[in-house]
Design a protein around this ligand. Structure first.
Ligand code: CTP
Length: 415
């Protein structure tokens, strides 16, 4: 697909670099059209090197190729990130004083603007009116995220994470539809922390990215989503975007209660969190002091939340999905271990991802094999965690569709 990535002059322009990489990694041809002001934040060389295409800001460059018309006309999708207050104003009034605004006037493809600015500017009636005008013309304007802004300020006006913008933009061209509409979905994400004392814990390396992508994509497909987030960093959590209820938890036991409470009226529960298998038997009230002899820490087994969801479902008939991070060893391959786990856990689906050697944890890409309860492969997927998340939902939807919808919802049984 041919994408035009417009970049206006805001500090968040650096995030557009990551957006460009994401779109390129997904195989799209991306022509970057920065405004002149934005080059103060990210230079032309960065855009040219990462896009592999020439970069112009002005209608008086590449005049022989009629760039001011050609760029917008040949695009399948236009994304502007960040869209500053000034860019919104120029787009709303139909100005064409640089290549980006000229391209916006010429484009007949879907257009997504991702605003980023200070809260006061975003909330100003002039900006609100410009956004309303643009939306009235069919331009998609993403609501800005709430969080840290430039300097010490925080509030509404942050540029949404590149994954959120990419998913929203691509959904305009290839809408996946709303095959999870009226469905209630619970996703657990991150890694639990089991305290030893008030300052120390046993934890794991799970970043929560895959779970956050599952929550985001489920919401994009129309579901009501609750994300139970175990120690997910605010930078990763920002990727969840609007419309998802987030329940933060720390320990496995807190996660268990939060998931079961949210699952009471859920159609699907996805356990993407890395839950500790063991926790310290005793938690010291005060910080443990160095005593001269290395302490022996006694661990006790935690409740297997996934297994319990299968044997004692909060709502009978709900679809339960587990995750398994496997390395493979002398006893068997990744798939051998995964097949045994699928049968042992009894979840409707088990999403298996090989980890180790830099794969899986903390990365933005993933590769998975989806097994059914009998251990048979029903799907495989590789790509960004968003793409993998969509592939997981593609496997979940047929199972949800043959079960009754949440009681009380208008949309009930689907064929
Ligand atoms: N899980 C859970 N509760 C636990 C441990 C794990 O719900 N106390 C869930 C995870 O969320 C994941 C799945 O079980 O969906 C697989 O976790 P994993 O740790 O791979 O499974 P284990 O049964 O602990 O297997 P292993 O012996 O490989 O650690």
């Amino acid at each position: 697909m041919r994408i035009v990535l417009g970049v206006a002059g805001g500090i968040a322009a650096y995030k557009a670099v990551l957006l460009l990489r994401l779109l390129r990694e997904q195989g799209h041809s991306v022509r970057v059209v920065p405004t002149r002001a934005s080059l103060e934040f990210v230079g032309r060389a960065t855009w040219e090197a990462l896009s592999g295409q020439p970069v112009t800001t002005d209608v008086f460059e590449d005049v022989d190729q009629v760039a001011h018309v050609a760029v917008g006309k040949t695009a399948d999708l236009v994304v502007v990130a960040p869209a500053t207050a000034d860019l919104l104003a120029r787009a709303a009034t139909g100005r064409a004083d640089d290549l980006l605004t000229a391209s916006l006037l010429v484009a007949r493809c879907p257009v997504l603007l991702a605003p980023a600015m200070h809260t006061e500017m975003w909330e100003h009636p002039a900006t609100s009116a410009n956004v309303a005008t643009l939306r009235g013309r069919g331009v998609h304007v993403l609501p800005p995220a709430v969080g840290r802004l430039t300097g010490t300020d925080s509030g509404a006006g942050r540029l949404p994470e590149p994954e959120v913008i990419a998913a929203a933009a691509l959904a305009l061209v290839h809408p996946r539809g709303t095959d999870l509409a009226a469905r209630r979905v619970v996703v657990s994400a991150g890694g639990t922390r089991e305290p030893l004392d008030p300052v120390r814990f046993l934890g794991n390396r799970s970043s929560g990215r895959q779970g956050v992508a599952l929550a985001r994509t489920a919401a994009d497909r129309g579901a009501h989503v609750t994300l139970v987030a175990a120690n997910v960093g605010s930078d990763v959590l920002a990727g969840v975007g609007p419309g998802v209820s987030v329940v933060p938890v720390e320990t496995g036991e807190e996660l268990r209660h939060a998931v079961r409470a949210a699952a009471a009226d859920a159609d699907v529960v996805v356990m993407a969190a890395a839950v500790a298998d063991y926790r310290p038997a005793d938690v010291a009230d005060a910080k443990l002091k160095k005593s001269g002899t290395a302490p022996v820490i006694t661990l006790v087994e935690t409740t297997d939340v996934l297994r319990e969801l299968v044997t004692d479902p909060p709502r009978p008939g709900q679809v339960v999905v587990g995750f398994a991070a496997e390395t493979g060893d002398a006893d068997g391959s990744v798939l051998d271990h995964a097949r045994a786990k699928a049968r042992r856990k009894g979840a409707d689906l088990l999403v298996v991802n090989p980890v180790g050697d830099g794969r899986g944890f903390g990365t933005t890409t993933n590769e998975v094999t989806v097994l059914d309860a009998g251990g048979d492969v029903v799907a495989t997927a590789a790509g960004t965690k968003h793409e993998v998340a969509h592939a997981v939902w593609d496997a979940v939807v047929p199972l949800v569709d043959i079960r009754p919808a949440t009681p009380g919802d208008a949309a009930t049984l689907r064929a």
